[in-house]
Design a protein around this ligand. Structure first.
Ligand code: G
Ligand code: G
Ligand code: MN
Ligand code: NA
Length: 254
């Protein structure tokens, strides 16, 4: 199904919203932050996940417009939570290729941080291999600037691409997000367990933080904890949820 025209209306009418999925320190169990995940409250079709509409945005300036909205909205929310009971809260925000090609992303991000009084270390931008390979030079320049400013840069879906290793030495990364496909196999597949161990070893030697995605069971959590993965994200800790639901999880009364 194609949503081209409807997406313009969705932007104009404010039909997008953000869900938040908790990220947990695997040693202490404390919530360290959340990943912001966009949803579309479609007037007839109900709540849509990104897979149903993000592909239709690909490449267009509309993708950059929606991306800017997410940045501003999620940074505002994070700043609010930091001022109301979660002082160390960190927000993870996914970027898309179009955002690197339209306007000046680094300046925009810095302005958004200033606007909300959010310190740069409270923001972690998530980039995938696709983004990096699409636009190389510009992407590197923008990420370098943001990294120097103090913003975190996470390599999303790590391990699923082709060029992960060479990108690690080139890009100013601060964290690796281990893809959930490896976590899924942890307990049954020696190979997946080996992949996870290799990624964690490598992350340590590059001085990068780590987070494992898609943790669904206590056993998966325990395994990753033993392997000294820093953080975890997944249904075991919480599904993506509304800001109101997330506030209850944080235990803040607002
Ligand atoms: O929960 P989930 O179905 O929300 O997310 C599906 C995919 O959509 C993930 O790969 C995620 O990276 C992507 N995604 C979710 N929100 C955003 C967003 O705001 N911007 C971009 N570029 N991708 C997003
Ligand atoms: O940006 P990214 O592709 O990593 O977005 C995370 C995606 O993974 C979202 O679609 C989110 O809903 C999904 N997700 C998060 N935790 C879990 C989990 O524990 N199990 C499964 N199957 N999916 C998850
Ligand atoms: Mn992500
Ligand atoms: Na991911």
């Amino acid at each position: 199904r194609r949503y081209g025209l409807e997406l313009h209306r969705a932007v104009d009418e404010g039909e997008f919203l953000i869900f938040y999925q908790p990220q947990i320190n695997l040693m202490s169990g404390a919530i360290t932050g959340a990943e912001a995940l966009i949803r579309w409250r479609h007037p007839e079709r109900g709540l849509l996940a990104p897979a149903a509409f993000l592909p239709a945005l690909e490449g267009g300036t509309l993708a950059a417009t929606v991306g800017s909205w997410v940045l501003n909205e999620a940074c505002g929310q994070a700043s609010y939570w930091r001022r109301n009971g979660a002082p160390n809260f960190r927000i993870g925000i996914n970027l898309c290729s179009a955002q690197f090609r339209v306007g000046d992303l680094a300046t925009e991000v810095i302005e958004i941080l200033d606007r909300h009084g959010l310190p740069p270390e409270a923001l972690e931008l998530e980039v995938t291999e696709n983004i990096v390979l699409d636009n190389d030079d510009i992407v590197l320049e923008i990420l370098d600037r943001l990294h120097k400013h103090g913003v975190g840069i996470a390599f999303d879906d790590f391990g699923t691409g082709y060029a992960s290793l060479s990108l690690l030495k080139t890009y100013p990364l601060t964290r690796i997000k281990i893809d959930q496909s490896f976590v899924r196999g942890i307990l049954n597949s020696k190979r997946d367990a080996s992949v996870i161990r290799a990624i964690l070893d490598m992350a340590r030697s590059f001085d990068l933080e780590t987070i494992a995605e898609g943790i669904e069971t206590e056993a998966e959590k325990n395994y990753l904890q033993r392997e000294r993965c820093d953080e975890g994200q997944g249904y075991l800790f919480g599904k993506p949820m509304t800001a109101r639901q997330f506030e209850m999880l944080l235990g803040i009364n607002v």
